[in-house]
Design a protein around this ligand. Structure first.
Ligand SMILES: [Zn+2]
Length: 283
């Protein structure tokens, strides 16, 4: 499932290609997690930001296009050098007009038109057009914690957020409320790095600061490597991320811990597979 580094890698490729373009038409299959997509037609994309695992396209006219890749979502431009052609898993298609063309129903119909597909095998992806900043009905986005790589992510407030919860630390991270964008992969990686047991319910100041640092490090390093690809995650150009070879905890059950040599253990915690070192991360 794409997490912050994967979504950021998509944003870095998609943003420059969307900025300033008119969305001349939208077609979409009816999907549970699609909402009001047709409202994007006739609007210009002013910019593309990221919040946690969400992409937020600022449209003129006070609208916002909210996108979440879910488990298997990807954006691909049609007819590019990477050879992408639409298949049965394309759930939505945006036709983009020339940035210099006038808006309207015919913009982008001729030369300069670009076709952007949203492909999603498992159909957990979200696409919604909302009044800018109105995230009612987008529960996770509305309650999202601070951006981990911004100054909003503060070690003192992070410690307070961990102390407020009675949940085990890992499932609490996955709620996105103490910090945005951390999913199963980077939670396991950060907890291993900070030597914190994923079941821990009390995380003291020193250890929460170590976790704060570890979260920023593992996410920054993964962004540099354009994310982690196991099966489905692809960037807009169709390429995989390079971070999978650098994982030390997630997906490494049974292998020797790189710090102490103990075999890493996999358990199910909060319904999610969780891998940790029973020695370095003991309770
Ligand atoms: Zn260890």
């Amino acid at each position: 499932m794409p997490e912050l580094p994967e979504v950021e890698s998509v944003r870095r490729q998609l943003g420059p290609r969307l900025q300033g373009r008119w969305i001349s038409s939208v077609s979409a299959q009816p999907q549970l997690r699609f909402r009001a997509l047709e409202r994007a037609a006739g609007h210009r994309v002013l910019g593309l930001r990221r919040r946690g695992k969400y992409l937020l396209g600022e449209l003129d006219g006070g609208l916002e296009l909210v996108a979440h890749l879910g488990m298997t979502g990807s954006f691909r431009f049609r007819g590019e050098a990477d050879g992408w052609r639409p298949d049965a898993y394309v759930r939505a298609t945006f036709t983009l007009g020339d940035s210099s063309a006038a808006p309207g129903p015919h913009a982008g119909a001729g030369l300069g038109a670009t076709v952007l597909d949203f492909r999603d095998v498992r159909r957990f992806g979200t696409l919604a057009v909302v009044p800018a900043g109105d995230y009612r009905g987008l529960v996770t986005l509305a309650a999202l914690g601070p951006e981990p790589l911004s100054d909003d992510f503060d070690p003192v407030r992070f410690h307070a957020a961990l102390a407020r919860s009675r949940m085990a630390v890992k499932p609490w991270l996955l709620t996105q409320r103490p910090v945005a964008g951390v999913g199963n992969i980077y939670a396991d990686e950060a907890l291993w790095r900070a030597r914190i047991n994923p079941h821990a319910r009390r995380v003291g100041r020193e250890r929460s600061t170590a976790l704060w640092t570890a979260i920023r490090e593992v996410l920054s390093e993964a962004i540099e490597r354009e994310g982690t690809t196991f099966r489905d995650y692809r960037m807009v150009n169709g390429e995989s991320g390079r971070n999978a070879d650098f994982l030390v905890a997630y997906g490494q059950a049974g292998r020797a811990c790189r710090r102490c040599g103990t075999a890493l253990r996999k358990v199910v915690l909060g319904g999610r597979g969780t891998t940790y070192c029973p020695w370095c991360q003991r309770r």
